[in-house]
Design a protein around this ligand. Structure first.
Ligand SMILES: *[C@@H]1O[C@H](CO)[C@@H](O)[C@H](O)[C@H]1NC(C)=O
Ligand SMILES: *[C@@H]1O[C@H](CO)[C@@H](O)[C@H](O)[C@H]1NC(C)=O
Length: 228
């Protein structure tokens, strides 16, 4: 590399492949030549480490703050547990539903009463237990005469529930992992759909309804969502 013809600027070049300087003496060209080497030589100093770290910390703090101070989680975002009126747990120890290594156990009624979900059945006048095979769907209906509390597990599942607060689409939809157990509430007049999106595993569910469920046309709307 030849040295600059102007000689006006001390070279601060470190081991970096800055293209060889042209003989142009325009100041802006020189500035462009100098800038990368200042930055890189700064970053190579041991002292730059705390500086870079504090920048990262600052960014982390900003994002954490905006995350925490955000009920402005936009209402149009449908894929949130609170909007889907459900609570999820890890099925593995340690977890609120798996306090030792025997496996998980839960009481859906007390969870429906105590947790962040609302409007679920808190007595079981009828009870449905079942399986949803890989790729299959259950629900996609809306009961008018009962509240319902679900427990879901066993596979990757998509759970969709009506929520008028979600702009445009009017529903919330979340994905439940294979290793998760979910308690969800679907109050009367709220449509719900359970879709097993797992390629191989069966999903399982318990549905507790607070009245004797009736699947006739006046008490239940069927095929609520056409895209399912
Ligand atoms: C559903 O729950 C509401 C309270 O959230 C209650 O007023 C209503 O009676 C319940 N419906 C039935 C069928 O029990
Ligand atoms: C349909 O279900 C409702 C609510 O359970 C019940 O009151 C009504 O009698 C049922 N109608 C028929 C035709 O079975």
């Amino acid at each position: 590399m030849s040295s600059t013809t102007t000689g006006a600027t001390p070279r601060r070049t470190v081991q970096i492949n800055v293209p060889p300087p042209q003989s142009s003496s325009s100041t802006s060209a020189m500035f462009q030549r100098i800038r990368p080497s200042i930055v890189t030589s700064f970053l190579q100093r041991p002292l730059s480490l705390p500086f870079v770290l504090s920048i990262f910390l600052f960014i982390a703090w900003i994002s954490l703050r905006s995350y925490r101070s955000s009920p402005p989680l936009p209402l149009s975002s449908p894929n949130l547990d609170a909007k889907a009126n459900l609570r999820r747990f890890s099925s593995h120890f340690p977890s609120p539903i798996a306090k030792d290594n025997r496996g998980w156990i839960l009481d859906p009624i007390s969870l429906a009463l105590s947790s962040t979900i609302s409007g679920g059945a808190v007595t079981c006048a009828s009870l449905h237990l079942g399986e949803i095979g890989p790729g299959k769907l259950r629900g996609n209906h809306r009961h008018h005469d009962c509240n319902e509390t679900f427990v879901l597990w066993g596979a990757a599942i998509k759970f969709r529930v009506e929520n008028s607060e979600v702009a445009d689409i009017g529903y919330a939809e979340v994905t439940i992992g294979r290793d998760e157990v979910v308690v969800a509430a679907s109050p009367a007049n709220t449509a719900h759909a359970l879709i097993n999106i797992d390629p191989v595993r069966s999903a399982y569910f318990v549905g507790c309804q607070d009245s004797i469920i009736n699947y006739n046309a006046s008490s239940t709307d069927f095929n609520v969502w056409k895209d399912l």
